[in-house]
Design a binder for this molecule. Sequence first.
Ligand code: FE
Ligand code: MN
Length: 361
Amino acid sequence: MQKTFQVGAKTFVLDQEKAEAAFAAKRVINGRQTMTFNLLPLKYQWAYDLYRTMKANHWEPEDIPMGKDIEQWRDEKTVSDVERWIIRMGIGYFSAAEGIVGDNIQHVVRELVTAPELKLVLGRHAHEENIHADSLLYMIASLGINPHECEAMFEDVPTIVRKNEFVTKVSHDLRRDLDLTKPENKRLLAKNIFVFGQCMEGTQFYGLFGMVLSLYRQNKFPGIGQMFRYTLRDESNHIEVFRNLFMDLVEENRDIWTTEFKEELRELMCEAVRLEKEFIRDCLPVNAVGLAVDEFITYIDYIADRRLEGCGLAPLAAGVKNPLPWLAEMMDIKKEQNFFEGRVTEYQKASSLNVARDDEL
Ligand code: FE
Ligand code: MN
């Protein structure tokens, strides 16, 4: 069906059928290659909705006061060495991890997907990883930590090295010309999206989220804790972006969804969990006040199973109960915006407000 527009002396003919064919060719991968960022009509509505939610949660590290944290960092009496070590591990691990996630989005996933609304939300996702990396820089500068110590942590702490290797190997496999019509290459991408979204951001970030936020609950390092809360809220959206991407990729490419492949993904999660538990034992070599190693370890089993189920995969440790139910509440930032009030209102004017995804935890 052709529609004709008469504008002054000129006539324009727009072909509705051609446009509909282009829409039908929107795909997660192997879709229509286009130089124009044609978001409309939207095919992946979830991607646009998440983009708007993420944008409404915008925050800047410098808006968070660090005075109390600096005071506590220097005071031998209020904060123990174990607690200080957790902060160091948090800063050391995330300094590397946020960059690895952002790099994988920009050089692998956003490159390979073809639908513009998917590229839109992935652009925002990458930007949030920059904010997270910048927030760590702000913590390091505020506390006066030698920046070389951070670099040294991801070279010298073996459990950090192993977590990083686990994710970078599934990223490097995809940095070449890949024929994504081949099932084995589609599986490489699906594996990458699963490992980054569900194993790394979805599971291996949560040991430190639990430990740092449990210090925050005891009024220790309130500025760092606040930044971790904002980061946790962002990560819950990132996990959703990658989960939706994964589900739609599988839906559109049923040929990859074999019993063997499902088992391979579960084994990857199993490995992620093993590495995370090892890492938690390095962060918390002894139980400190209010911090029980076993609770964080059990939490990893619990959260890993939620991620597996979210992707239609069988759990590894079925029946484990959540030992840290308060962690879900930490994402609900609406109630106490305090110093942040003015800005949050401004950013969130016309948008849907931050949805607390408690059910995700
Ligand atoms: Fe992040
Ligand atoms: Mn993230």
